[in-house]
Write a protein that binds this ligand. Structure first.
Ligand code: TRP
Length: 332
């Protein structure tokens, strides 16, 4: 039997090339090897978007469009909307007894996020506790493996601790998941900042049109010390070349551009035009798949309904076992 893997995203906007490089491309590969679940974590998204529920609601369908666009196949990958799985909420409540307040607040991922979002002392309790809810996500589907980047490793550690605590108290019920640490490279932003991110406004979205991609690429940050095309330029750390390495499959062309750039024999315009072409070649089939699905909203609904149905079946079974082990599976 195939091992089960689970990943998740918070629906809070469209996906961009940073997501593609960081996790989506990997998921497309993993769906052939594993039984893959992708959780659309709308409840988690509400922990920091509780004042903007419309953004979350709109993003659920956007996510499905993005997923199918990149090549995730609903017959191989199950998309599950978190709020439609009551077992996750129930498990979260039980697990909250198995972890100390201090331990949750020490979770490095959450700590960093609290700081980054400037919550200070008014961090919502729901946000601070989301690692516990994430433990419920993972265990509700009895996932064997969770593909993660470095930043999410503390989440898996926390989940494993909760599972061990549960099993030692109530019996061997929950599956202890392992992290599947792969290569999850981080993509620099169009502006050269460390990370492509919606809040920094430095993204190319998977749903961007050909024209938008061209415009964004032409405005990209390059070597700030290079004034004229005849100046010798620096390739290393230059976002335009980082993108060429990531998205241009024509390695000879990339090497030629680098060589000429270093010698001051090529202008930014040519380098960028070729990059825009490469990115558009990558995105074009995604646009087509997206358009096809967008044209039949009933298919999107069907994909979501099917995922929820399957997700409920699996998670209800785990919840039953959990309640039995906790002696609260009353028969009335
Ligand atoms: N915390 C993850 C993120 O912010 C999303 C997520 C929710 C998740 N539940 C999950 C990831 C379960 C892996 C497993 O991207």
């Amino acid at each position: 039997m195939k091992k089960r893997i689970l990943t998740g995203d918070r629906p809070s906007g469209r996906l961009h090339l940073g997501h593609f490089v960081g996790s989506l491309a990997n998921r497309v590969k993993l769906q052939d090897e594993y039984e893959q679940y992708v959780l659309i974590a709308d409840v988690q998204a509400l922990t920091d978007n509780f004042a903007h529920p419309q953004i979350v609601a709109d993003s659920v369908k956007e996510l499905v469009l993005d997923y199918v666009a990149v090549g995730l196949d609903p017959t191989k990958t199950t998309f599950v909307v978190q709020s439609k799985i009551p077992a996750i909420a129930e498990l979260t409540v039980f697990y909250l007894n198995l972890v100390s307040l201090n331990r949750v607040l020490r979770n490095p991922t959450v700590k960093a996020e609290i700081e980054q979002k400037g919550f200070g002392d008014s961090v919502p309790a729901g946000f601070a506790m989301y690692p516990v809810s994430q433990a419920a996500d993972i265990t509700a589907f009895a996932a064997d493996l969770v593909p993660v980047g470095d930043d999410q490793l503390p989440m898996i550690e926390q989940t494993r601790e909760i599972v061990r605590k549960f099993n030692s108290l109530y019996g061997d019920v929950l599956k202890e998941p392992k992290a599947l640490v792969g290569e999850y490279p981080r993509l620099v932003g169009l502006d050269g900042k460390a990370k492509m991110s919606k809040s920094l406004g430095n993204c190319i979205f998977l749903a961007d049109s050909e024209e938008e991609v061209k415009k964004k690429v032409m405005s990209m940050y390059t070597d700030p010390n290079r004034i004229r095309p005849t100046d010798a330029g620096t390739v290393e750390g230059n976002p335009v070349f980082i993108y060429h390495d990531a998205f241009n499959p024509n390695k000879d062309e990339v090497e030629d551009l680098k060589r000429r750039y270093r010698k001051g024999e090529v202008g930014d315009v040519e380098v960028k035009q070729k990059l825009a072409i490469a990115i558009n070649v990558l995105l074009e089939p995604m646009r087509l798949r997206r358009q096809t699905l967008e044209a039949s909203p009933e298919k999107i609904e069907a994909i979501l309904a099917e995922g929820v149905k399957k997700g409920r079946l699996v998670s209800e079974e785990v919840l039953e076992q959990v309640k039995t082990a906790m002696k609260i599976n009353y028969k009335f």
